[in-house]
Design a protein around this ligand. Structure first.
Ligand code: SAM
Length: 442
């Protein structure tokens, strides 16, 4: 029989396998394993426990390090993760302790490892007994951030005043934000529709279309969702289209477009854009762009292609506006994807900043004189943000950065940075970097 906890273990093994094995994203692992559970209640529990375990893995590893007499072998990674799953239920989830201990330990028997049942039971019972001492120890340890040491160090160096706020926001559940389709109705009208459905929500964020839900809810409960009334999009991500500010008649390139949230927002914001080209190197991810455009009744030219190789796909006509939402480490969206904390490695940052530089260099050549390019990442590391822009600016003589509103984010060299979590106005966005560039009229 497939139980929620066994399925959760499979998800954890896929996202956080033994050393040397390739990991899967949490989204992909959930998409793979959740359909194997018949009951929606089990699917919900599996998902909730997988998120919680990955979110708090650094802290529960601290506890298990104190409670296990000797480390488990690599081949017993399943048992190790079961212990983390048990600990997170006792420490963070409102699950009756008896069920948490008994049902988690029982999974080991189903795995053909009956010897581990008493081990898991023992570790979890000892956690209950020693909880206060263990928590006091955790409070003094860097493990309290539940983040890898290299990331803590990089954030400390980059954001001496804000690194603690970033790390603590990374472990909070992010709010669900909506972007009202202003072609169809005003934000106030849509708020009334939500209210009529009993969905508590408020206007907020930094853009005129943003609505924050008090509690996350499935999209099929949102009035008019399938007819394009509204989209799900983080409030900081909604700034992209407004900053780029496309005008009627513009030719726009969305150079890294999939799954298309920002492509659609550009079209909602200015329906008289002459043409939007939605480019992405992943044909599979572009299918999501088509779905989103169709649902919102919008139109764009979809192209599979590599932004660093325009010779393969470009029609030779320059663009008035380019959105470059670059591939990045995604370290600004850990609160939505806690697996990123553990799957990302320092070497990935070096690789990705080189790709970002190359995409920026190629796209710049496709921009009209007087045109604007918005460089965006969902990273909080300057290496992928202002450092890329500064390095690139030194290689061109026809670019200047434009000032951005100081109503949001922090000053970050050539651009502005939103750090994840709630700001002093109650806006609660993901970690995004924005830099707006203009090409000189020659
Ligand atoms: C941050 S995501 C874009 C998110 C999208 N703009 C949105 O708002 O829905 C980055 C995208 O860049 C794409 N990508 C990566 N390398 C690329 C390249 N060389 N050329 C074009 N697209 C690329 C990835 O497939 C991914 O879909």
């Amino acid at each position: 029989m497939k139980t929620a906890r066994l399925t959760c273990l499979r998800v954890l093994l896929a996202t956080s396998p033994a050393k040397g094995k390739k990991s899967m994203s949490l989204d992909a692992a959930l998409a793979n394993y959740l359909p194997k559970l018949e009951e929606s209640r089990d699917r919900a529990l599996t998902q909730r426990l997988a998120y919680a375990t990955l979110r708090w893995l650094g802290a529960t590893e601290y506890f298990s390090g104190k409670l296990l007499k000797k480390p488990l072998k690599n081949k017993d990674r399943d048992i190790y993760l079961l212990i983390q799953l048990g600990l997170v239920q006792l420490w963070r989830e409102e699950i009756p302790a008896h069920a948490a201990v008994h049902e988690t330990a029982a999974v080991a028997r189903g795995l053909g490892k009956p010897w581990a049942v008493s081990l898991i039971n023992g570790v979890l019972r000892n956690f209950q007994r020693q909880r206060e001492i263990l928590e006091a120890g955790l409070a003094q340890s860097p493990a309290r951030w539940s983040s890898p040491d290299w990331l803590i160090q990089r954030l400390q160096a980059a954001w001496p005043k804000h690194w603690q706020a970033i790390l603590s926001a990374n472990n909070q559940q992010a709010p669900m934000w909506l972007r009202v389709n202003l072609i169809k109705h005003s934000r106030e009208d849509y708020l009334k529709q939500l209210q009529a459905e009993g969905i508590a929500a408020t206007a907020g964020g930094w853009t005129k279309a943003a609505i924050r839900l008090e509690q996350a809810c499935p999209v099929n409960r949102l009035p008019g969702f399938s007819e394009g009334a509204v989209s799900v999009q983080d409030s900081a991500a909604q700034l992209a289209a407004e900053i780029l500010n496309p005008q009627a008649g513009d030719r726009v390139l969305d150079a890294c477009a999939a799954p298309g949230s920002k492509t659609c927002h550009l079209l909602e914001l200015e329906p008289k854009i002459s043409e939007v080209t939605a480019l992405d190197s992943s044909a599979t991810r572009l299918e999501r762009v088509s779905e989103n455009l169709q649902r919102l009744n919008l139109d764009a030219k979809i192209l599979t292609g590599d932004a660093t190789k325009p010779a393969d796909w470009w029609d030779g006509q320059t663009y008035d506006r380019i959105l470059l939402d670059a591939p990045c480490s995604s370290l600004g969206v850990i609160r939505r994807h806690p697996d990123i904390n553990w799957r990302r490695q320092p070497a990935d940052i070096d690789t990705v900043q080189q790709i970002q530089f190359e995409i920026l260099s190629s796209c710049w050549k496709l921009l009209k004189p007087g045109g604007k390019l918005l460089y965006v990442t969902c990273s909080v590391l300057p290496t992928e943000n202002q450092a890329v822009i500064e390095r690139w600016l030194a290689t061109v003589d026809n670019a200047r950065t434009l000032p951005l509103s100081t109503d949001w984010g922090l000053s970050a060299g050539t651009g502005r940075q939103i750090i994840p979590g709630e700001d002093e106005h109650g806006n609660d966005g993901d970690g995004f970097f924005y830099c707006l560039l203009e090409k000189n009229n020659q």
